[in-house]
Structure formats: structure tokens, C-alpha cells
Design a protein around this ligand. Structure first.
Ligand code: R5P
Length: 292
């Protein structure tokens, strides 16, 4: 049985369809003080898959604690979590003495609740695989950049090949994977971050003049990373700049600001529900669940 929450309905229905699995909903009530009451279907089969992305992570980590523990009490023996966007993966070291290494803590917490944790493009920068933070081979990391690469290539006639550009060093992996799937070539910029909304992006050597450029990254949050990269590319004469991300977190007016600075189209996968969703990750998740 696939257990899902109403605010991820589209992906839940697509995933249940791909898997041929019955779909049931976790009902949620919010008390005035912020506490959460969850109600699961009272009769659960032995194998349950829970779909819950970790956008808005703090509330959802509590939802997952309540869901996993309750599902086991109701008879589920194996519970897999599908969290297309896995939050807290960027804080992967203590940058100052005393800082929590959130990646390790959150991955360990989820690994203790679920038998498998499937996710897409977690932000693994300084570690090679999820196993390093979620022991017991419980973590399965899938990649959606090839899907974006193929989507991007299909938006132009065969005679026009857009250039993929990663806005920072960490995005090199997604530029490479999207490029391998689509045959598109790419460049990677260098980013300096001074604060949540204060970044500088330095473009690499190589001409972008007259080129159709597509920025590609694992996620956009405030959108400042993409915005700074787009400004630089347009100043250097790019014919157009579009943007594609796996996880469309886009806080507040991020998309409007991108468009105001000259970004044309903004595309994303449906790992996080958002108006920019154009590519579904449901087949990718279903395939991995069948093999897990
Ligand atoms: C971090 O390196 C990520 O890949 C993104 O580039 C970053 O988190 C985007 O954040 P924002 O949209 O707030 O600049």
C-alpha cells in the first residue's frame, strides 16, 4: 500500500499508478498550537510505502516519526520511505565549532524509522554516497538530471543545441549527467556564498555569446544562485537563459525575480509540487521501488 498526504496528491496518484499499488491517505489535523494529529488507515498490509517529500522539513520530520511508528503498531512489517526531496543534506559538516551536522543527524533519524529511504539527487557534496550517513544500505539515491537533460534537448530543433551551465562547482555532477543523457555540452561556474541571499557567481572561461543557455541545478530555494548566474550569462551575450532544477523549492517571489532579470522559461521535476513542474519522477521512483 502506498500511503501519502493530500498536498502531494498528483505525484502520489502517478506513483500508485506506475506501481499498480493501492493508494491510501494519511489524514492530518493541525491543532491551534501547531501540534499534528495523523490518522492512518486502520488495516495496513505487511508492506507499506510512505511518500513524503521533505520540503517544509521541520513539520514533516514529525509527521514521519508519527507515521512510521503508527504504521508499525498497525501491522506494517516493512516500511519504505520515498522522500523525493530530502532536506537537511546541505549541512554536511560543522563549519564552526558546535554546529550540528544536520545531514548525519537527519539521515540517521530516518534510517532508524524506515527499512529503505529512497530519494532523488540528495545534496551530497563532501560525501560519496548516502551510505556514509545512513548505514545499512538503507538509503537509495536516484538521479533525475538525465530526465531534465532529455527534456531540455527536446525544447529546441535538432539544429540548435543549448549549452548547459551549472551555477556552482557542486552542480558539475548534474551538468555531466544531463549532458550524458542528452548529448549537450556544458560549463560550470564558481559560486561564493556570503549569506542566505548573498551570493556571487563567477563564469568560467568559454564563450556563451549568441548561445541558448540552460542553467541546471539540483535545487533552487531563494533563486539567488540562478539569478546571479543568469545576470552574468546575459551580460556576456547569451542569446537566452532558461533554468531547470530537480527540486523546485522556490521560496516567495523567486520565480518572478528570475523572470524579471531575464530568465525565460523555468522548468522542474515534480519531486516538489510547483507550477514549474514539467518532468515526472514517478517512473524513476517506481522502478527503484520495484528493485528495492
Ligand atoms: C547549493 O549549492 C545548491 O545546489 C543550490 O545551488 C542552492 O542551494 C540554491 O540556493 P538559492 O536558490 O537560495 O541560491
Amino acid at each position: 500500500m502506498l500511503l501519502a498526504f493530500a498536498d502531494e496528491e498528483a505525484l502520489a496518484r502517478a506513483l500508485a499508478r506506475e506501481l499498480g499499488m493501492p493508494l491510501a491517505w494519511v489524514a492530518e489535523h493541525r491543532f491551534p498550537d501547531g501540534e499534528i494529529k495523523l490518522t492512518l488507515p486502520p488495516a495496513l498490509p505487511g508492506r507499506v510505502v510512505v511518500l513524503r517529500g521533505l520540503q517544509h522539513p521541520n513539520d514533516r520530520l514529525v509527521e514521519l516519526l508519527l507515521t512510521a511508528r503508527t504504521a508499525r503498531e498497525l501491522g506494517a512489517q516493512r516500511i519504505d520511505l520515498v522522500s523525493p526531496y530530502l532536506a537537511y543534506m546541505r549541512q554536511d559538516m560543522a563549519f564552526a565549532p558546535g554546529e550540528a551536522v544536520s545531514q548525519r543527524v537527519v539521515a540517521g533519524f530516518l534510517g532508524g524509522l524506515f527499512d529503505r529511504v529512497l530519494t532523488i539527487d540528495p545534496h551530497l557534496h563532501r560525501i560519496a554516497s548516502l551510505d556514509e550517513v545512513m548505514p545499512g544500505s538503507r538509503g537509495i539515491a536516484l538521479g533525475a538530471a538525465p530526465l531534465l537533460g532529455r527534456w531540455i534537448a527536446a525544447q529546441w530543433p535538432a539544429t540548435t543545441r543549448p549549452l548547459l551551465v551549472g551555477p556552482d562547482e557542486e552542480s558539475g555532477q548534474w551538468v555531466e549527467q544531463a549532458g550524458a543523457a542528452s548529448g549537450l555540452s556544458g560549463l560550470v561556474c564558481r559560486k561564493t556564498r556570503r549569506g542566505d541571499r548573498d551570493v556571487t557567481v563567477d563564469l568560467p572561461a568559454g564563450s556563451v555569446a549568441g548561445r541558448a543557455v540552460v542553467l541546471i541545478d539540483d535545487l533552487a530555494s531563494t533563486g539567488h544562485t540562478l539569478e546571479q548566474a543568469a545576470r552574468g550569462l546575459l551580460e556576456r551575450g547569451a542569446a537566452s537563459v532558461d533554468a531547470a532544477v530537480v527540486h523546485a523549492l522556490f521560496q516567495g517571489d523567486a520565480v518572478a525575480r528570475l523572470q524579471a532579470c531575464g530568465v525565460g522559461r523555468v522548468w522542474s521535476t515534480d519531486s516538489v509540487p510547483h507550477p514549474t513542474n514539467v518532468v515526472s519522477v514517478a517512473p524513476l521512483l517506481a522502478q527503484a521501488l520495484r528493485e528495492a
